[in-house]
Design a protein around this ligand. Structure first.
Ligand code: ZN
Length: 270
């Protein structure tokens, strides 16, 4: 599943080809994605793309009349290609530009989304209910500590809650908790202020590093230029069950927390 770093890398990859250009046509071949693709999306035709933003794992392609909201879901891929490129299976949407290139959205599992946010209407509730961006100053050292008091939910689930902070996916939650020495099962309300300060820093570091390295990938992500992504980051615990901890030689263990595979070092994380 594309995580925040992959979405950010997609944004960086597609932006230079799209910003400042006019949308000449939007072709929707398959309108049944996670939600139906609204007809209103055609309002973007004839308009210039001003910016492309990211909010959590949503991409927002901004025009004067409003924004096209894209979400890659479980298996979505974006490519910037010549609009005449032959179609592949699951190529659901083309956003064609006056330059003859198009942004092509491919999504075999169709959990992705393509929606329309009119410029003059309140923000879509998908976006308005989100917590702060992890790499922004709004995600400061106090936030995790203050929001966690009295909470018995596992700290790993707590930091993966989009209302607490967006975009901390399973891989990055596991890794940040390892670097901070926190057992992922620990009750969120029992983690100290000092540990939360460190955890906040580590979340920022692991995400920034992944973006820098071009986004990590598991299997379904292709980078904006169509080349498959690669798992560049050296992971400390994620996916390493039964292997030796890089810090202490203990064997990495795996458990399920909140239905997600969780990995930790029983010696380094308490
Ligand atoms: Zn260890």
């Amino acid at each position: 599943m594309p995580e925040l770093p992959e979405v950010e890398v997609s944004r960086l990859g597609i932006s230079p080809h799209m910003i400042g250009h006019t949308i000449s046509q939007i072709i929707v071949r398959q309108p049944t994605l996670r939600w139906p693709v609204p007809q209103e999306i055609q309002q973007a035709c004839g308009l210039t793309i001003n910016t492309i933003r990211r909010r959590a794992k949503y991409l927002l392609i901004d025009t004067r009349a409003g924004s096209i909201i894209l979400h890659l879901g479980m298996s979505g891929k974006l490519r910037v290609i010549d609009a005449t490129t032959p179609l592949q299976k699951h190529d659901h949407i083309d956003i064609v530009l006056d330059t003859g290139v198009c942004l092509r959205f491919n999504d075999p599992r169709r959990f992705g989304a393509c929606l329309w946010q009119p410029a003059d209407q309140p923000q879509n509730t998908l976006l308005s209910h989100l917590g702060p961006e992890p790499l922004s100053e709004d995600f400061d050292q106090q936030r995790l500590f203050e929001l966690s008091r009295g909470k018995s939910v596992a700290v790993k689930n707590f930091i993966m809650d989009n209302k607490v902070v967006v975009g901390v996916g399973n891989i990055y939650a596991n890794e940040a908790l390892f670097f901070t020495g926190i057992d992922p099962r620990k009750a969120a309300g029992k983690v100290s202020k000092k540990k939360y300060h460190q955890l906040t820093e580590q979340i920022k570091i692991v995400l920034a590093k992944a973006i820098q390295q071009g986004g990590t990938t598991l299997k379904d992500f292709a980078q904006a230029d169509g080349k498959p992504g690669y798992f560049a980051q050296q992971l400390q615990v994620y996916g390493r069950k039964g292997e030796q901890c890089h810090q202490c030689d203990s064997l990495i263990e795996s458990i399920t927390i909140g239905q997600r595979n969780s990995f930790y070092c029983p010696n380094c994380q308490r």
